[in-house]
Design a protein around this ligand. Structure first.
Ligand SMILES: [Zn+2]
Length: 177
């Protein structure tokens, strides 16, 4: 199993030690399928010796693509996504129509549960500087990434050794002699 050197910034509820300096942090860098993740403090997140943020439109621009072209491509892509979504919606609607008859009894219960008291102001509206989740992408420094890969390899090897252990013959018994 391997994983790409592309990590997404996420936030966790509980703070753990930074991978580099062991300072408690709630920021995690994780691969898309979380096959690898590591806690990172904000200082090391900005440290290019550790990780570098991937900026999307700007990096594309370096190749010589004009902003206009990017906008055009993006527009087309958005259009396609919209069409895709609409198709999915239609599919869901069809499904919902099919399930409707079976769900009717449950719907009555839903009406009741809607009346459950809502606690006003319980949502944490203040304190978070970024209201919308931005999944910032990062690429680990190649040395750090190599460390992660070797760590995974080692872990896999030890787990494999554990799996094999029961099947291995025991120490040569002295009863034969
Ligand atoms: Zn750190």
């Amino acid at each position: 199993m391997s994983f790409p050197n592309l990590y997404y910034k996420r936030a966790t509820a509980t703070a753990k030690a930074c991978y580099i300096c062991y300072k408690p942090t709630t920021v995690v860098l994780a691969t898309i399928d979380t096959s690898d993740f590591l806690y990172t403090c904000t200082i090391h997140l900005a440290d290019h010796g550790f990780a570098t943020r991937v900026l999307e439109p700007e990096s594309e621009n370096k190749i010589g693509v004009s902003l206009e072209e990017i906008a055009k491509v993006r527009e087309e892509w958005e259009k396609k996504q919209k069409q895709k979504k609409e198709k999915e919606k239609e599919k869901e609607k069809e499904k919902a129509d099919k399930d409707k008859t079976a769900d009717e009894d449950e719907k009555k219960d839903d009406g009741k549960s809607d009346k459950s008291p809502k606690v006003p102001g319980s949502l944490p509206t203040s304190g978070s500087s970024t209201p919308k989740p931005t999944h910032e992408k990062y690429v680990l420094h190649r040395d750090i990434f190599a460390l992660r890969v070797s760590e995974h390899r080692r872990r896999r090897q030890t787990s494999q050794a554990k799996d094999l252990a029961p099947r291995l013959p025991g120490a040569p018994s002295s009863s034969l002699s």
